[in-house]
Design a protein around this ligand. Structure first.
Ligand code: MN
Length: 269
């Protein structure tokens, strides 16, 4: 059995199937860990999501910011944005089934040695706190009434740092921002949401969450996506960046948890 962790698919169906062929992916034997952002920006959101759904017995997918945005639009809680490319999902007869599957996808998944999440683990959290916070928002997503409230208040950059006394939509938004949107954190632990570029251009006083000065060491290695400009290079032993910018014309990458071997497919659109 092999577990392959794959970065942001973002509707890149051809690269996804190319990668599965290259891996000789076998549903009787292998598992896929998908780092989220299965949909949006790319050309084939519906086919990509449907393929993940079809493989669901062998797939663990954590939710990314684009997946949550699509779900919020689907429920009528948020308006679509100009650059969104998931209209095919909104029009599909099977949209409710696909949404139902996404609603039960976690924000964080782990086994004995590894943690998977979309953007990262807040560097001030230990693993137990990260786990507890992920479960809180997952429970909200599983509840149709609470989900509506969550989606309606999902967007916003504040609060930018963790405070255990946060409650309700502010708390859910902060947790979700950590797991699905975080890149840089300032010295005091506030998230920055403007910067998306390569690490060499990071502004003074900010560091990537995985290199924060006071980061709580976790017992497990972290797999994450979301930050294409890293091109997979974190220069950090226990954080592995999976997003290699497929939707931006670069590559889709799979990392084998057992062997540490990378397999890549060039984007085909
Ligand atoms: Mn993302």
């Amino acid at each position: 059995m092999a577990i392959y962790a794959i970065g942001d698919l973002q509707g890149c169906y051809d690269a996804f199937t190319c990668l599965l062929q290259k891996l000789h992916f076998n549903p009787d034997r292998d598992q896929l860990w998908l780092a989220g952002d299965l949909v949006n920006r790319g050309p084939q959101s519906l086919r990509t999501l449907q393929h993940c759904y079809d493989l669901r017995d062998n797939v663990v997918a954590v939710l990314g910011n684009h997946d949550l945005h699509m779900l919020a639009v689907m429920e009528g809680c948020l308006s679509p944005k100009r650059k969104d490319t998931f209209q095919d999902i909104l029009n599909a007869p099977q949209r409710h089934k696909l949404a139902q599957w996404l609603h039960q996808c976690p924000l964080m998944h782990e086994n004995e040695d590894w943690v998977l999440c979309h953007a990262g683990i807040y560097p001030g959290w230990d693993l137990a706190t990260a786990r507890r916070c992920a479960r809180e928002v997952e429970a909200v997503l599983a509840n149709p009434q609470e989900r509506q409230v969550f989606f309606t208040h999902m967007y916003g950059n504040e609060p930018a740092h963790w405070d255990e006394s946060l409650q309700g939509p502010d708390r859910w938004r902060t947790i979700t921002n950590f797991f699905t949107r975080m890149r840089l954190v300032d010295d005091a632990g506030n998230m920055d949401f403007k910067f998306k570029e390569a690490l060499t251009d990071a502004p003074e006083g900010f560091s990537p969450w995985f290199a924060w000065h006071n980061r709580v060491p976790l017992e497990k290695k972290i797999l994450f996506g979301h930050w294409a400009a890293l091109e997979g290079n974190t220069h950090c032993d226990d954080a592995i960046g999976l997003d290699t910018g497929c939707v931006w014309g670069n590559q889709l990458s799979a990392y084998c948890l057992e062997t540490g071997r990378w397999t890549r497919c060039k984007c085909q659109h």
